[in-house]
Design a binder for this molecule. Structure first.
Ligand SMILES: [Zn+2]
Length: 401
């Protein structure tokens, strides 16, 4: 197996399938048959399982002269969007529109610049609108000879059936706690006890595990979210808990968004040859302005989405906490996700019952769904905190609606 695949944790089957495709891609280039390779792929896997890593690693391996050595310039740059023949795209809004799809069709018709393939990695293919997909369909079915499409989505059920029928499907599984622990120790040099905690707390989400293991702020935030949810006394404490959760999620998202924004701003300046702080005049001003405007719109939408994603992570943490509470209430021997909080979990569990905890778990899923459907996070979380405080009342209220 080529070293570049080390980035993909606990996905032996997928790695095998994709590296065989890379080898066959080479055969196809010299005119032989290569049945393991095809021009359109669909990679699915739960959030944090390494969907994007699988897609971008595959892309890099296809264009690396050594089929994914893991060390050359191509292997290092292509997975982060730093190669002209690998296009990594994410929807600029909540979904992919027709204009974005048309631009992709144009791009996919171009020959690669300095490698055997032009690879288009489409993240969140579940956010393709029907119309956008219609404009893509032909390029996906009969692409130009050197174009490879790699579409990513959470699951097959999330994407249009027409996509499934026109792509070869590869499915990632949720990495085990053991896989994630080993990754943290081997690759990120995390101390074993911390690695074990972060792997357990992340519930198989690799990016989340890395954050918890390496950033104290992430651990503190998680801890305060969980503590708040089991210390709700009255309505004001529900409102405060919701507000704090949104504020912390926003801060975390903003930090990451600022970083991405400034990188892109620098790329834009470089593309137009503008030095930092200088002003653009004359005929190029219009195209600079228009590019800037487009970028700013994209950055704003992304920032909003990142805040929602951060809030969703907190909600997944709450799901884990109340799952633990249910385990204690049912006297089950399963290992707790939040083992280090056992005393607090036991005392909360003793004050409630499994039926209430189940209602709370449902309320958390409702909150996630409503935020996904565009409800402002603050509102959704306030409603959630009130139902956590009083699960039966909230459930009566929901049933009356
Ligand atoms: Zn390489």
């Amino acid at each position: 197996m080529q070293p570049i695949w080390n980035a993909l944790v606990g996905q032996t089957d997928v790695v095998e399938k994709l590296s065989r495709a890379v080898n066959d891609a080479e055969k196809i280039r010299v005119g032989e048959s290569g049945p393991a390779m095809t021009h359109a792929w669909l990679i699915t896997g739960p959030p944090g399982s390494g969907r994007s890593t699988a897609a971008t690693t595959f892309a890099a391996a296809l264009i690396c002269p050594l089929n994914g050595c893991g060390t050359c310039q191509i292997c290092r740059m292509a997975p982060v969007g730093g190669h002209a023949d690998v296009e990594i795209i994410t929807p600029s809004g909540l979904s992919y529109g027709v204009d974005e799809a048309r631009e992709l069709v144009r791009l996919s018709s171009l020959a690669p610049i300095d490698s055997p393939w032009r690879v288009i990695v489409m993240e969140d293919a579940d956010r393709l609108t029907d119309q956008a997909f219609d404009s893509l369909l032909k390029s996906l079915e009969e692409p130009t000879p050197h174009t490879v499409w790699i579409l990513c989505a959470p699951s097959v059920e999330d994407v249009l059936p027409t996509i499934v029928s026109r792509t070869r499907h590869v499915s990632l599984r949720t990495p085990t706690t053991k896989d994630v622990t080993e990754l943290l120790i081997d690759t990120y040099k995390v101390d074993p006890a911390m690695a074990a905690f972060a792997a357990r707390a992340s519930q198989g989400h690799i990016g989340r595990a890395r954050g918890l293991a390496t950033e104290e702020a992430s651990r503190t935030r998680r801890q305060s979210d969980l503590r708040a949810a089991i210390s709700l006394r009255d309505i004001p404490s529900c409102i405060y808990a919701a507000r704090d959760m949104v504020t912390d999620a926003t801060t975390a998202a903003n930090t990451r968004a600022d970083e991405l924004d400034s990188k892109e701003d620098a790329l834009l300046r470089a593309a137009f040859g503008i030095e930092e702080g200088s002003r653009v005049t004359g005929s190029s001003k219009r195209s600079v302005d228009s590019a800037k405007k487009q970028l700013v719109t994209h950055q704003k939408t992304r920032r909003k989405r990142m805040i929602r994603d951060e809030v969703d992570r907190s909600l997944v943490d709450l799901l884990g906490l109340f799952r633990d509470i249910l385990i204690v209430q049912l006297d089950s021997n399963l290992e707790l996700i939040n083992q280090e909080m056992r005393p607090a979990i036991e005392s909360f569990a003793a004050r409630g019952n499994p039926a209430d905890t189940t209602r709370t778990l449902e309320a958390i899923e409702r909150a996630r769904a409503s935020i996904k459907a565009n409800t402002p996070p603050q509102l959704a979380l306030e409603a959630l905190m009130v139902s956590i405080k009083d699960p039966r009342l909230a459930s009566v209220h929901t049933n009356m609606q």
